[in-house]
Design a protein around this ligand. Structure first.
Ligand SMILES: [Zn+2]
Length: 248
């Protein structure tokens, strides 16, 4: 049986001289691992080797978790070229792909997350984007928060995740704890050895995402640093792309 879907490629591994195994995050099917036979040949059903971040309409056969599916078509959506010109945008998109691959399960669809992923890639690739590090990072942060929400790990950002005291800008110290999955107030921080301190502007931006575009670059970097810490704790390892996102 053939399945049609839309997908973003989140991982590729060479399978032989001529073929690849690709991991696709598909809109209706969820994550699918498939063999693309002959994809590395000059003449194949695919226009050359399949690359991570390629998006398009796919056709595949086999939908069992135990065996690889076979990819028979991948009609790519045209890219604008923005990702080729902006290294930080490219790294951010690759980081998003790595997180999707690490945090979603095979054949567990997330439509909202798929649509958000496609929008992120189009925004990062588009010609209109102000190609500033801060703008790219804000898009990455919003994507990461959608990802956490859609996989059932929405962090608590409007109150102390422990004592439930509502967050306010008057908090003199704010922390984020991965084990508590959210903000932690000064009275509770002692119980959370994994906490990291968050500046008040960054905490306010996280608590009210509508404000995030007004934040200074430094506060945006701080939110991303906390999210990388959080993904590291969640995955039990640091994501590979993190070193390209976080300034030393
Ligand atoms: Zn508290």
């Amino acid at each position: 049986m053939l399945t049609k879907d839309r997908a973003v490629c989140v991982r590729t591994v060479d399978y032989s001289e001529t073929s690849q195994v690709v991991t696709l995050f598909a809109r209706l099917s969820g994550k699918v691992s498939a063999i693309a036979k002959g994809s590395k040949r000059a003449k194949s059903a695919f226009d050359g080797p399949i690359e991570v971040l390629s998006c398009g309409d796919i056709v595949f056969s086999g939908t069992s978790k135990e065996t690889l599916a076979t990819l028979t078509e991948f009609q790519l959506y045209p890219m604008q070229g923005g990702l080729r010109r902006n290294l930080f945008a490219l790294h951010s998109a690759l980081f998003a792909a790595e997180l999707l691959n690490s945090l979603t399960d095979d054949y567990d669809p997330h439509l909202v997350l798929f649509d958000h992923t496609l929008q992120l890639l189009q925004d990062l690739d588009g010609p209109e984007l102000a190609r500033d590090r801060r703008d790219v990072m804000i898009r990455l942060i919003l994507f990461q928060l959608v990802l956490l929400r859609e996989i059932g790990l929405r962090p608590v950002v409007d109150m102390c995740a422990n004592c439930k005291r509502p967050f306010s800008k008057t908090w003199r110290e704010v922390y984020f704890s991965s084990s508590a999955n959210g903000l932690i107030c000064r009275d509770c921080e002692m119980s959370y050895p994994d906490k990291v301190r968050l500046g008040s502007a960054a905490a306010a931006g996280l608590a009210n995402l509508r404000q995030i575009t007004r934040l200074q670059g430094r506060a945006v970097e701080e939110i991303e640093r906390v999210l990388i810490h959080h993904f590291t704790e969640t995955l039990g390892r640091r994501p590979k792309m993190a070193k390209h996102i976080q300034k030393a």
